[in-house]
Design a protein around this ligand. Structure first.
Ligand code: TRP
Length: 337
């Protein structure tokens, strides 16, 4: 089975767009690959965080993924800071990353502008820690969006550089790191704003066009029923001329796990009002049990802690194995066991 890993920033308040576009497809990958997801709390602190908020969001991300169906038996879910090897390998890899290549990272340049009062060393080294996250686990593919491709390229460069350094001129020496490939993330729906269906559903606009996963289901249904459509009357998937209808069809198809054509056929001849009610009901039917499970987990931190502990233990076994191998290669004396 293909080994896939991704880190998730602890932002904690997912929208319907995040769920249908990212979380749902990420969770479904567990059926076809060996998936590892972790909450990238060490990356998060490279910009200032409110401690109580960070803690809450870390739990919330874990709870959302589990509530959305991530199965801790099939997959591995853990908190990055619970597996010390990430920071340890990150340190070693710092010595294989060049100032010049880190200075060229687009995310570093952007974040330095946005946080110009706090351009800390952690922010600069962020991609090196990300390389450690990946290289510890012999990962084949990392599903990431456009903005993270450069970091995956850097991870490959560091892995190849390290492998070459310790194998060059040594007959039969095996490479230490698996060199990962970037992978187009399994795409879910590209959900648009319900009031402005040519723009992405944004989390920063807290209005009638955005649905949050934690929102009261009555309010969710109301927002869908009052979504902007056009003055026509046929339910067709036509993004250019009927963006509002197309958005609702995409939402419906993703929620029901059916194709857009199948969704469109289901509503042929129906009025917009009836169509929107059916979409609203389907979304509520999907989200309500997720919310219930989310709230249960958030109210039973001990259960969440237990799941995260098991995840960290699983991750730690593989991570330690790689770290020990790296330490030996570098010439660091491994601690006696
Ligand atoms: N940098 C990623 C982001 O901002 C999060 C991340 C951290 C990550 N470590 C990773 C993603 C390792 C993939 C693999 O989204």
């Amino acid at each position: 089975m293909k080994k896939i890993l991704s880190g998730i920033q602890p932002s904690g308040r997912p929208s319907l767009g995040n769920y249908l576009g990212a979380i749902k497809p990420q969770v479904s990958l567990q059926d076809e690959a060996d998936v590892t997801y972790f909450i990238a709390d060490l990356h998060a602190i490279t910009v200032r965080q409110d401690p109580a908020e960070l803690k809450k969001r870390t739990y919330a991300v874990a709870a959302w993924y589990l509530a959305c169906g991530l199965d801790p038996e099939k997959s591995t879910l853990f908190v990055q800071s619970h597996v010390p090897a990430h920071a340890q390998l990150g340190w070693i890899l710092n010595t294989f990353a060049q100032m010049g290549e880190l200075e060229r990272m687009t995310q570093f340049k952007d974040k330095s502008k946005r946080h110009s009062h706090n351009i800390n060393v952690g922010l600069f080294g962020y991609p090196v820690l990300q390389a450690a996250d990946i290289l510890l686990y012999n990962i084949d593919a990392v599903p990431v969006g456009e903005d993270q491709k450069q970091h995956i390229e850097l991870t490959r460069d560091i892995a190849i550089r390290f492998n070459n350094h310790y194998t060059q001129g040594k007959e039969g020496a095996k490479p230490i790191f698996v060199v990962p490939e970037p992978m187009l993330p399994k795409t879910g729906a590209r959900v648009k704003d319900l009031q402005n269906p040519t723009a992405k559903m944004s989390k920063s606009i807290d209005g009638k066009g955005t649905i949050f996963m934690e929102e009261d289901v009555k309010s969710i249904a109301k927002k869908i029923r009052s979504a902007v459509t056009d003055s026509g009357s046929t339910v067709e998937y036509d993004v250019a001329n009927k963006p509002g209808i197309a958005n609702l069809l995409e939402i419906y198809a993703t929620v029901q796990n059916i194709s857009i054509e199948a969704a469109q056929n289901e509503f042929s001849g129906q009025q917009y009002g009836a169509f929107k009610s059916t979409v609203a009901d389907a979304v509520v039917a999907e989200i309500e049990p997720i919310q219930k499970r989310f709230n249960e987990l958030m109210n039973h931190r001990a259960e969440l802690d237990k799941i995260l502990k098991v995840g960290a233990e699983k991750a730690n076994i593989q991570a330690e194995r790689t770290l020990q191998k790296v330490m030996r290669k570098v010439g660091l004396v491994p601690p006696a066991v």
